[in-house]
Ligand binder design. Sequence first.
Ligand SMILES: N[C@@H](CCC(=O)N[C@@H](CS)C(=O)NCC(=O)O)C(=O)O
Length: 201
Amino acid sequence: MNLTLYGLNKTRSMRVQWLLEELELDYQYIQVNIFQGEGFTKKYRKIHPHGQVPALDVDGQIMFESGAICHWLSDQFSTKGLAPKLDSPLRAEYEQWMFYAPATVEPPAFNYMLHTRILPEDKRVKEIADWSVKQYINTLKILNQLLKDKKYLLGDQFSTADIMLGYLLFWFPDILERFSALQDYCQHLSQRKAYLKIQTD
Ligand SMILES: N[C@@H](CCC(=O)N[C@@H](CS)C(=O)NCC(=O)O)C(=O)O
């Protein structure tokens, strides 16, 4: 299988890159600097209609949406054990976390980032930032309880769901300081060989 990842450091493409490394797959990496307008070229719009990263070329067929790519790859390479098999008792919980990360955790975290860091200062709305961080912290309180005494979301077994969630938790390390179980969780994640391999400045 020929794989080419279109991505950029410190973006959601890191989910896919982290997973490709966990799966020990060969892939080509093409950097698309979305902050310098490279997402807007006609050529790149044919790859990703929104001009975003990540996109993955699989033998000439393009996929986009980080969660979908990670979900698909994990099942394609199921022998690597990063997604419980369909008939495994852990599969339902795995699916739950795969969707929980982008659907429940990501929106408040991203809105907070948007209104504190990404938007130009005159476009930031304090009320949205305040509301989003409150929602995010409430979500983390629940996650912190659920992850007590657990190494990974599925217990001792690392899975792609940990990539989906873990990638997000690294966005605001200062907020994590008050959540000891989440700090331990991130500590485990950050020691993984594949995670360390994709860290660049
Ligand atoms: N839901 C999409 C979001 C993709 C996304 O928003 N990517 C950002 C980088 S993290 C991007 O390319 N932004 C540039 C833009 O929207 O123009 C996914 O998870 O793949």
